[in-house]
Write a protein that binds this ligand. Structure first.
Ligand code: UDP
Length: 427
């Protein structure tokens, strides 16, 4: 999977990259950095000391810590950015660092945005002022199951996480959308065949070049993992029957109450399938969760780890289903390995991605009514054992195949990489 870097005349061109400091943003940014490096560019990574990347894994990049090191009143200041950035020809960052557009403009640097969510999510985010205007964010609980007329795929409960357009999260999203529109182009961790209709819509709304590249098909995210990945599970995984294991992981930020945690544990036991469950430190809000686990849990049928080498687990023959929190990186990693999903969702873009995977791509089932043991066990069995799951599994296989073809010569993703490289070189 890992490409050998090309030695080309372009190496003197330097790209500054600035990931938003969370695992779900750091991973795709480093995958993109590796891809650009392999195409001959020099890479400088700006990073905060909070969640700083593992510099030792990337001797080929230059690192510069920023923001946290500045005196308090200079944080985010234009001057400190300007000092650093003026020696560079081009910069690229994560969409949530929307204020960097102004810095780039003042330095006459082109800015490309890496959007770490789906195109579909960005279309929804771009519609927030409209949804606010139509009063969706003030609806009470009796409307949760109703359809959003302006975005018919969605139910009110999928967008209600935003309480008002004045909510700081909504403001951040609106600023992000505005400055993404002002950028010189958008790089998406996706591929054309996955979101073809959305590509048309997003191109009408964001009048800049778009580059769709499924990063997991080019580079693994393992080397940018902030937590140690537990590889001791592979001997156990290798002993399981093909496509028999439920891999359960809810990403780097989601949290559950102890009650929900127990529902998950019981649901896994009830399903009678082998499982590998990532229980990250801090995943359960209560500290006494160990005490309330079912007797003998996880037993021979299950393994619990604090953090897994996720892409390798998904690529393992034994993995049959990914029970996912519907974070976009994890979703794309699952698609790229052809693993069907049981979709849960917690916040942000997750309800949107869960809806899309279950109703448009139809490679998953959405556990949209929370975490209840019987429903969990029945979703697992529906997807893994029952006839009904066959079609979903087959669609996941076909979608993986489309992703595979897209990165081959002449494929849409392969073309996107080439166009991106030419575009950057022309800036
Ligand atoms: N991940 C991992 N090990 C785990 C769980 C997750 O390496 O045990 C990685 C996963 O491969 C993905 C990232 O963490 O690249 C999570 O990003 P995502 O967008 O799915 O969710 P977030 O953490 O942002 O909610």
């Amino acid at each position: 999977m890992e490409n050998q870097p090309k030695t080309t005349v372009r190496r003197h061109r330097r790209i500054i990259m600035f990931p938003f400091p969370f695992q779900g943003h750091i991973n795709p940014m480093f995958q993109l950095a590796n891809l650009l490096y392999s195409e001959g560019f020099s890479i400088t990574i700006l990073h905060t000391n909070f969640n700083a990347p593992k510099v030792s894994n990337y001797s080929h990049f230059t690192f510069k810590s920023i923001l946290d090191d500045c005196p308090e009143n200079e944080r985010y200041s234009k001057a400190s950015w300007a000092d650093f950035a003026q020696n560079f020809i081009y910069k690229q960052d994560d969409a949530f660092w929307h204020f960097t557009q102004k810095v780039a403009d003042s330095l006459n640097l082109p800015r490309l945005v890496l959007r770490t969510s789906s195109l579909y999510c960005t279309i929804v985010y771009s519609s927030i002022p409209l949804l606010d205007d139509r009063g969706y964010f003030t609806l009470d609980e009796s409307h949760l199951e109703e359809q959003v007329v302006e975005l018919p795929l969605l139910k009110v409960k999928d967008v209600i996480g935003i309480k008002s357009i004045k909510d700081p999260y909504a403001e951040l999203i609106c600023d992000m959308v505005k400055e993404t529109k002002a950028s010189s182009g958008i790089i998406w961790n996706s591929f054309k065949e996955l979101e073809e209709t959305e590509l048309k819509r997003v191109s009408d709304d964001f009048l800049v070049p778009h580059f769709l590249i499924p990063f997991p098909k080019y580079f693994t995210a393992s080397s940018s993992s902030l937590l140690e990945q537990d590889r001791t599970i592979f001997p156990w995984l290798d002993q399981q029957l093909p496509k028999s294991v439920v891999y359960v992981s809810f990403g780097s930020l989601s949290q559950v109450e102890e009650k929900e945690f127990l529902e998950i544990a019981h649901g896994l036991v009830y399903s009678k399938q082998p499982f590998l469950w990532v229980v990250r430190h801090g995943f359960v809000k209560s500290s006494t969760w160990h005490e309330s686990l079912p007797e003998g849990f996880p037993g021979e049928r299950g393994r619990v780890v604090e953090w897994a080498p996720q892409q390798d687990v998904l690529a393992n023959e034994a993995t049959g289903v990914f029970w996912i929190h519907s974070g976009w990186n994890s979703t794309l990693e699952s698609i790229c390995e052809g693993v069907p999903m049981i979709c849960s969702s917690f916040w942000g873009d997750q309800p949107l991605d869960a809806r899309y995977m279950s109703e448009v791509s139809r490679v998953g089932v959405y556990l949209e009514n929370g975490l209840q043991r019987e429903e969990i066990a029945s979703a697992i069995r529906r997807l893994m054992v029952d006839e009904e799951g066959k079609e979903i599994r087959e669609r996941a296989r076909v979608l993986k195949r489309k992703a595979d073809v897209s990165v081959t010569k002449g494929g849409s993703s392969n073309e996107s990489v080439k166009t991106l490289i030419d575009y950057i070189s022309s800036l």
